[in-house]
Design a protein around this ligand. Structure first.
Ligand code: BT5
Length: 325
């Protein structure tokens, strides 16, 4: 959307009733036919704008597309989401955000796509990324902390997402599944993929990639049975721009608190309260095998504490936990 169109859109948005064409012409120093071109562009892109002779224009509907013009008015952040790039289709928002980060994009920049052709999970797994219903976005962070602290970011992001979903979606009861999932009634609604570029003592950037099934109505075959969406869980549609802005609004202050802290200690009570794995019997697949036992909680830096069947306590920094029947 060009800048002038965005300004006209914001002007329409802030106007209570009809706004006369003449007023728009005066305010933006343009002819009636130029105003008309901007209005047509907005209509062609999903905005509902009523026109009444003698009264002017009134915005009565906006498309549910998480573009900057829809997200920005809902932000309470200083930096998160203030630079937001939207693309209809991309390979993976994480890949695009990494590209932007290498070019120097500022902290808090967000890359959003309506669909992904190569959405990724951890360890090269696929993230099912159908168009027009869900959220796929990646946030660029530049934390001035040693790389050893970065493994805490997925849980920090999960806390922010959890807080946001609980406040934005009435009637759901979401849980955080270590290390990077949000579940509703045991089904996955959101996954987080953090990728980073570092030197031994220095962090260049971290990209926090977040996929959320928002208005997905039919769960695709490959994830049926263990995935859900906000719509299926709550019984109603949700605005993607609203969900995205709520997450950015809750993430920024948590992130700033975390930067000033040394570890996740201040966040542990929340993470423990909503921990899906709390006290459960699990098998955790990790890089060098699988380990079974009972979950005892989280360490101050976010590792899973597992009392294994052999009686030994293990501290796991990553892995995939399956509940044992
Ligand atoms: C994750 O990996 O859960 C991280 C997913 C991150 C996706 C976002 S979308 C925006 C950004 N750009 C990207 O390319 N990625 C990020 P993991 O824990 O490895 O879980 C992957 C597994 O979740 C898959 O193997 C499936 O079993 C399941 N899965 C795939 N798509 C899903 C979906 N849409 N909803 C729920 N589960 C899904």
């Amino acid at each position: 959307m060009n800048q002038l169109t965005a300004q006209i859109l914001n002007r329409l948005r802030s106007s209570d009733g009809f706004l006369s064409g003449g007023e728009l012409c005066r305010e933006y120093g343009m002819t009636r036919s130029a105003v008309w071109k901007h209005i047509s562009w907005l209509r062609n892109n999903g905005y509902t704008i009523e026109a009444a002779s003698g009264r002017g224009y009134r915005l009565s509907g906006a498309p549910d597309i998480p573009v900057s013009e829809e997200v920005e008015p809902l932000l309470t952040t200083d930096r998160f989401g203030r630079n937001l790039v939207f693309q209809e289709t991309t390979d993976s928002t994480n890949r695009q955000a990494k590209r932007l980060a290498r070019k120097g994009a500022p902290e808090g920049s967000v890359f959003v796509a309506d669909s992904q052709t190569d959405g990724r999970g951890r360890m090269g797994r696929t993230w099912v990324s159908l168009p027009a219903a869900n959220l796929y976005f990646s946030i660029i962070l530049r934390p001035p902390v040693p790389p050893i602290r970065l493994s805490q970011i997925p849980l920090l992001a999960a806390s922010a997402i959890h807080q946001a979903l609980q406040s934005a979606v009435d009637g759901i009861s979401a849980m955080i599944k270590w290390p990077n999932d949000i579940l509703i009634e045991g089904k996955k609604v959101c996954g987080v993929l953090c990728e980073m570029e570092t030197e031994p003592d220095m962090t260049h950037f971290v990209v926090v990639g977040i996929g959320i099934n928002v208005n997905l109505q039919r769960i695709p075959e490959e994830i049926r049975g263990f995935a859900t969406s906000l719509m299926l869980a709550s019984g109603r549609e949700h605005s993607r721009a609203a969900i995205l802005s709520t997450i950015l609004n809750s993430f920024e202050p948590l992130y700033e608190e975390w930067l000033d802290a040394e570890d996740l200690c201040g966040f542990l009570p929340y993470l423990e309260q909503y921990a899906w794995l709390k006290k459960r019997e699990v098998t955790v697949e990790h890089h060098s095998g699988a380990l079974s036992g009972r979950v005892r909680g989280l360490s101050s830096t976010g590792e899973l504490l597992l009392l294994a069947d052999d009686g030994k306590m293990h501290t796991l920094s990553s892995g995939e936990a399956h509940i044992r029947k």
